[in-house]
Design a binder for this molecule. Structure first.
Ligand SMILES: [Zn+2]
Ligand SMILES: [Zn+2]
Length: 132
């Protein structure tokens, strides 16, 4: 059984995931850019049932219709993303994991929102919007 652990910047929120990731990608969408204050966010997708907050409480923020982003209310870290269209899944920011090198990144998505000064320097598939 693989257990992945992680936390927000300040450590008020800590969590664990008891399953390997189903997918991982870089997202350049405007929402991620603003939520993280960064040019892109690397996400890993896990089965929702495998995710558990072990310390503190996530603040759930309705960021767009059907979408809820989980942040730390103390430090503002972007921790999770949940979409009603994928109710059985939860996305976790790779960089809140204790070992961000664990998941294998497989694609670049929402590159239509990408800033012109953000360069993609690998051979992974690139999607202007979401996959599929
Ligand atoms: Zn925090
Ligand atoms: Zn995004």
């Amino acid at each position: 059984m693989s257990t992945v652990t992680g936390r927000c910047f300040c450590g008020s929120v800590q969590f664990k995931v008891d399953a390997p990731e189903k997918f991982a990608c870089y997202c350049y969408c405007n929402s991620c850019q603003r939520a993280a204050g960064a040019p892109l966010v690397a996400w890993a997708t896990y089965p929702r049932a495998s995710f558990e907050v072990t310390v503190g409480k996530i603040h759930w923020h309705r960021s767009s219709p059907g979408v809820t982003r989980g942040i730390c209310r103390e430090c503002g870290s972007s921790i999770t993303y949940a979409n009603e269209k994928r109710a059985g899944e939860i996305d976790i920011t790779l960089n809140c994991l204790d070992d961000p090198t664990g998941p294998t990144l497989k694609a670049h998505i929402w590159t239509e929102d990408k800033q012109p000064w953000t360069k993609i320097c690998d051979d992974l598939p690139v999607y202007e919007k979401n996959i599929g």
